[in-house]
Design a protein around this ligand. Structure first.
Ligand SMILES: [Fe+2]
Length: 217
């Protein structure tokens, strides 16, 4: 499938995926998709980084768990996506494992296929048994995980609560969140609905070793 077919097809598939849900933030993110879906595609230079392999693995898990249609729409777009790291964090705080094993690809955004300066939507992945430590950002954010289970917390010192795939999470502006993948790489649709240029920040917590040690049920 060529880019002019694969990228709009991917956006439609992600929108249809989000249409399954009705929780907080879903309507905001779908409104952003509706707003930008008809703008002309801008040139994006495709790229892969080492961590993109986790997206390949996650797609295989999706296919094995009844999500072939969605996985194949993503797979068809893979040759055209620009995967890169998003870690505006001090390496000693975010940790080596996460830093080396995550990747994101923008579909709508300043460097996405559909250009936007105030809305971001794309795919985000990190490897198995990996913690994305406590952080927050100005942008309200939707994560819709297509793989699972994943352990989440939304308060300092709280234990991780494990949730299956296909349970979206909405983070209000500057709300703390940390999450961990289980044995399957974490792959989600992410949406940032405003204040997208303000970088995320870490929140240093004393119990990161406990999160590292937590095991998916
Ligand atoms: Fe976040």
């Amino acid at each position: 499938m060529n880019r002019e077919a694969a990228i709009p097809n991917l956006l439609t598939a992600l929108d249809l995926y989000l249409a399954r849900f009705d929780g907080p933030g879903i309507a905001d993110v779908r409104a952003g998709i509706a707003k930008y879906r008809d703008v002309p595609l801008q040139d994006v230079t495709p790229s892969r980084i080492a961590a993109t392999r986790h997206a390949d693995a996650a797609l295989q898990h999706m296919k094995a768990s009844g999500e072939s249609v969605l996985a194949e729409a993503i797979e068809a777009a893979m040759p055209y996506l620009a995967w890169g790291a998003y870690d505006p964090y001090p390496r000693e705080e975010i940790g080596e494992k996460y830093a080396e094993n995550h990747a994101a690809a923008s579909v709508i955004g300043s460097r996405g296929h559909f250009k936007s300066q105030d809305f971001d939507l794309g795919l985000f992945v990190f490897g198995p048994d990996t913690v994305y430590r406590d952080h927050h950002h100005a942008a309200p954010e939707l994560y819709a995980p297509m793989t699972g289970p994943n352990g989440w917390r939304f308060a300092s010192g709280a234990p991780l609560v494990w949730r299956p795939a296909h349970e979206p999470v909405w983070n209000e502006a500057w709300a703390l969140h940390a999450f961990k993948s289980g044995p399957v790489p974490f792959l989600c649709v992410y949406g940032w609905t405003r204040d997208v240029r303000i970088p995320a920040r870490m929140i240093v917590e004393p119990d990161w070793a406990d999160l590292d040690a937590a095991i998916a049920p």
